[in-house]
Design a protein around this ligand. Structure first.
Ligand code: FE
Ligand code: FE
Ligand code: ZN
Length: 275
């Protein structure tokens, strides 16, 4: 299995790999740039090479980049849509150079325009992005909790976007156990959730899972992450998830409210669950 946490790459990719390994992880997720959406740092190719040498030594799985939350392909403002589009394209080039296969993107918020209009704006942006996507990288739409005017909180939304992009092979999905809970998918019945996803989207599109507990119950439409076992998902359900054969093939990323020690504890907890 591949398990890790969201950590900072402010001190470089190699330092982040070391931090992840110390936590007991064999993958990690990082923000491609400041989460508020600032400028990206210049890539340090020597650091990237050193990081990959370490990753081989430690038997790491694929790493995951996460786009800033400020990106919104469904914004009411053309300038925000344009900025998001161009910056996502840039981030895809950057992760390619970093040897990172996945860029996770929040689907977007329609800001009062309605879901249909919002989804069509997102689809339009995605088509343009995918027309120039570098090879060997994937853009992953993250399933959301559905708070405010968020799009992409149902499998049907995600399915419609994939269809609108003519099932582009480099468009994948990232699910989040906190978001699924908020959106009304009860993970107590993991088999049913998986079946719904498999029928509408196909399990082969699921490339990353964010492993979080949720401060709020099923169908709350709230996105507030909690430490594993301290929320409405609970350890029994998390155990079921991490023991699932399909989930063991993809990176599991903790985005729980923790420091490095807390992440280390959760990683060892997950490892105990599968042993
Ligand atoms: Fe996310
Ligand atoms: Fe997430
Ligand atoms: Zn979240």
């Amino acid at each position: 299995m591949f398990i890790g946490a969201h950590i900072s790459i402010a001190k470089g990719l190699k330092a982040a790999v070391k931090t992840a390994e110390k936590m007991g992880g064999n993958t990690l997720q990082f923000f491609t740039r400041n989460p508020r959406g600032g400028k990206a740092k210049k890539l340090d190719l020597r650091d990237i090479e050193a990081a990959h040498t370490l990753m081989q030594e430690y038997n790491f799985g694929p790493l995951v980049g996460h786009a800033p939350y400020t990106f919104n392909l469904a914004s009411t403002k053309p300038s925000v849509r344009e900025f998001s589009l161009n910056t996502i394209k840039d981030d895809l080039e950057r992760i390619k150079q970093m040897g990172v296969p996945y860029l996770v993107l929040h689907v977007g918020s329609h800001g009062g325009q309605g879901e249909e209009k919002g989804l069509s704006l997102v689809a339009q942006g995605l088509r343009e992005i995918l027309s120039t996507i570098p090879n060997e990288v994937y853009l992953l739409l993250e399933g959301m909790a559905g708070s405010g005017s968020e799009l992409g909180y149902t499998f049907e939304h995600l399915q419609s976007l994939i269809k609108a992009c003519e099932e582009h092979p480099q468009l994948g999905i990232c699910l989040d156990t906190c978001h699924l809970t908020g959106a009304g998918y009860d993970l107590q019945d993991l088999a049913a959730v998986k079946k719904g996803f498999a029928e509408k989207i196909g399990l082969e599109r699921l490339k990353v899972l964010h492993l979080n507990d949720s401060k709020f119950p099923v169908a709350s439409r709230k996105d507030r992450h909690e430490k594993l076992g301290e929320g409405f998902v609970g350890l029994d359900v998390i155990k079921n998830i991490v023991r699932d054969g399909d989930m063991q093939k993809i990176p599991l990323i903790l985005e729980t409210p923790n420091d490095d020690q807390g992440y280390a504890r959760e990683i060892s907890l997950v490892k105990e669950m599968i042993s």
